[in-house]
Design a protein around this ligand. Structure first.
Ligand SMILES: Cc1ncc(COP(=O)(O)O)c(C=O)c1O
Length: 375
């Protein structure tokens, strides 16, 4: 008998036995500054005490129950999230992952409009389930056929959006593609084109929400209001949760029996998400994200870093010619700093816990300045 994992990940050789805040603890006692943050997941940092206590209390009080029952934990989450939302009236559905949140958003748009076309963008990543994979760049293998008609447009283009389009889905900042920001005026133009054609605008904020850009949602950062926002990753600071948030006018056009999930919105996920939302609302928290962001942006010009792109704590370090992100990642790791890579071999990605400080940026700067891979 044997059991092996399917070959999903190229694992990084790091003997991690624990984590505290923004640091990983290694078996040999060393500490690694984690600027990858579980890929935008560890909003409050690893092992946050208040979050742990809230989970433990909830486990003792009501560990799980069916979604056929109302729970205090769900009500508390909705109350904590509502003040963070972009203006307007919203409806929410809870699932367990980013891909599911996007499946539900697409399903809502297709059902509400009665149309069959979806427009997405080259370089997009929306997940690995059938509908989410269909609108993801083919660099991530999907299914043999898409569950609806897909038009893939160049980033920044309005091509393909017409009266047959149910939805246009995009990441406000394309993360895996290389922390690629929207060209000036693009999101506004998309909003106008969707209004003109009756298509729904879907923001995949799986990474960009939950305070990541220094405000609760990218929709607020860019000042453009989509019909539907999805998020996951950092929404419950490490507890699995997917959220599909639809403006009421969009939500009311969909049939009532469209959604369902056994685990989605369960009590433990709800308390983790409530604690996360409360902390984002605390005075100074998002200011701290913006201050840390400004400090990390000062990496521009240090060592092999030519420029810094992105916003908040979703940043891409653009490398000088002759240096690859993988080389830089490995060399930084040798100095006790973990960063991310992406599809673009010239971009190192930072997506740390939102509790990082300017002092952590100094640590990265020091490590970058020391790099032997500097061109
Ligand atoms: C922008 C974006 N959308 C969707 C997903 C899918 O999320 P999950 O892995 O939770 O299904 C991801 C995951 O990396 C993502 O980055």
């Amino acid at each position: 008998m044997s059991l092996k994992e399917l070959p999903a990940y190229a694992r990084i050789a790091l003997d991690v036995v624990g984590a505290e805040g923004c640091e990983l603890l290694l078996a040999d006692g060393a500490r690694v500054l984690d600027l990858y943050g579980g890929h935008c997941v560890n909003t409050l940092g690893a092992g946050d005490e208040a979050l742990g206590e809230a989970l433990s209390r909830q486990w003792g009080a009501l560990s799980f129950t069916t979604n056929l029952l109302d729970t205090e934990s769900r009500d508390a989450f909705n109350a904590a999230l509502a003040p963070l939302l972009p203006t307007g009236d919203w409806q929410i559905f809870c699932s367990n992952s980013g891909a599911e949140a996007n499946e539900n958003a697409l399903k809502l748009a297709l059902a509400a409009t009665g149309r069959e076309g979806v427009v997405c963008f080259e370089g997009a990543f929306h997940g690995r389930t059938a509908a989410a994979a269909a609108v993801t760049d083919p660099r991530t293998p999907g299914f043999p056929s898409a569950p609806f008609e897909v038009t893939r447009s160049p980033w920044g283009s309005l091509d393909g959006i017409d009266e047959s389009t149910a939805a246009c889905i995009l990441e406000p900042i394309q993360s895996l593609a290389g922390v690629v920001e929207p060209p000036a005026g693009f999101l506004e133009a998309l909003r106008a084109k969707c209004d003109e054609t009756g298509a729904m605008l879907l923001f995949d904020e799986v990474q960009t929400a939950n305070g990541r850009l220094g405000v609760p949602f990218a929709a607020q950062h860019f000042g453009v209001l989509p019909d539907v926002i999805t998020t996951a990753k950092g929404a419950a600071s490490g507890f699995p949760l997917g959220l599909t948030l639809a403006q009421e006018a969009a939500a009311e056009r969909a049939p009532t029996n469209l959604f369902g999930s056994t685990f989605g919105g369960g009590p433990l996920a709800m308390v983790a998400a409530t604690e996360t939302a409360k902390r984002l609302s605390e005075p100074g928290f998002l200011e701290g994200v913006r201050a840390a962001s400004a400090a990390f942006q000062e990496c521009a010009g240090v060592g092999p870093v030519k420029a810094v792109r992105g916003a908040g704590l979703l940043l891409g370090l653009e490398l000088t010619d002759g240096v690859t992100a993988k080389e830089v990642r490995d060399a930084l790791l040798a100095q006790g700093v973990l960063v991310g890579t992406c599809w673009d071999p010239k971009i190192v990605r930072l997506s740390p816990s939102l509790t990082v400080t300017p002092a952590h940026a100094e640590r990265l700067k020091g490590a970058l300045a020391n790099l032997e891979v500097s061109a």
